[in-house]
Design a protein around this ligand. Structure first.
Ligand SMILES: [Zn+2]
Length: 329
């Protein structure tokens, strides 16, 4: 099994966005420690819009200089030591700004498809260029902010122009719909890898794009109750390392606590408890690719321990790998 541990490298977008130190730098340094100790590599999807905004506003607000420098240095370090650096787009940064004290985050246009095609082409080009400039290498893989990349037909041209050929945003049976935030992967094939052309949930053997879906898992309400209670009982172990607050997702919590939910296989918090179980299920289905998602900001001391255990247990029999190692020619 090829195992990709993927991290969306970003701060929070709720009313409290948290600090760069606690949401990004420290948890990522813990991942680096595990990677170096066990000689494995991870994939980082960098929220490029944030890097661009830091660069823009540090000229006016020198206090941002420290964040900008630390983040770009960490990205370079990750790249130099063999981790994958790939593209993550949260286009709401286009409408957001720094007021001298904090980021004022406007998520009215949360999805890339909320912009027109000219704007989309410009955003994909500029956001990708941030990473090419930092790493000097070709960036070819994508993860959509909040999994929102539909209708993809609206993004397709810009992705082709910028040579983004691989997507890793879909997850099995994923579905969510609210006013300015939605995705629907219920029609996506039950496969560990496939090609597509117009929509990532519709396989097309001759398509230009490769979909490497995030592995899925079905969680019972009991799982979320346990998560909820453990967080209260032992916050030191289970509280996220990031010091911000997630954007509100109306209805989501109630749904999770009352019915089965189709989730991503994840190393965020208590989810990391399910890694080994998820791997077994995928092996049973004869899958050869396992994509695990995570966010440095949402890791906990518990999840970091669990990730390390998972790496130790599997690194001899399975391959911890990156998109670049597997797909770059
Ligand atoms: Zn994100």
């Amino acid at each position: 099994m090829n195992i990709y541990i993927t991290l969306d490298y970003e701060i929070y977008f709720g009313e409290n966005h948290g600090t760069v130190e606690k949401c990004i730098l420290y948890p990522t340094s813990e991942l680096i420690r595990i990677a170096e100790k066990h000689n494995v590599r991870f994939c980082f999807f960098v929220d490029c819009g944030f890097v661009l905004k830091l660069d823009e506003f540090r000229k006016k607000f020198p206090q941002l200089e420290k964040d900008y420098k630390a983040i770009t240095e960490q990205i370079k370090y990750l790249y130099d030591t063999g981790h994958d650096i790939q593209l993550h787009i949260h286009p709401h940064w286009e409408d957001s700004y720094y007021n001298g004290e904090r980021w004022i985050i406007d998520v009215k246009r949360y999805k890339l498809v909320d912009f027109n095609e000219t704007e989309i082409a410009d955003i994909v080009y500029r956001y990708k260029k941030v990473l090419t400039d930092l790493t000097g290498k070709q960036i070819f893989a994508y993860r959509a902010g909040g999994w929102c990349l539909q209708p993809f037909s609206k993004l397709k041209k810009a992705f082709k122009q910028n040579n983004i050929t691989l997507d890793s945003s879909v997850f099995r049976n994923g579905f969510y719909s609210s006013k300015n935030y939605n995705y629907d992967f219920r029609e996506a094939p039950d496969k560990d890898i496939y090609r597509f052309e117009d929509e990532p949930e519709k396989e097309n053997a001759n398509g230009f794009f490769t979909e490497l879906p995030i592995s899925g898992i079905r969680n019972s309400p009991l799982f979320f109750w346990r998560l909820f209670l453990l967080g209260r009982k032992n916050p030191y172990l289970h509280k996220p390392l990031g010091d911000g607050k997630a954007m509100a997702a109306p209805g989501q919590r109630k749904k999770m606590l009352t019915q089965y939910t189709n989730c991503t296989v994840s190393i965020d918090g208590y989810n990391a408890n399910l890694l080994q179980k998820a791997l077994k299920k995928l092996q049973k289905k004869k899958f050869e690719q396992m994509v695990v998602i995570g966010h440095p900001k949402a890791l906990s001391r518990y999840s970091i321990q669990k990730l390390e255990e998972f790496v130790v247990k599997n690194k001899e029999i399975n391959t911890f790998t990156t998109f670049t190692q597997q797909f770059k020619v």
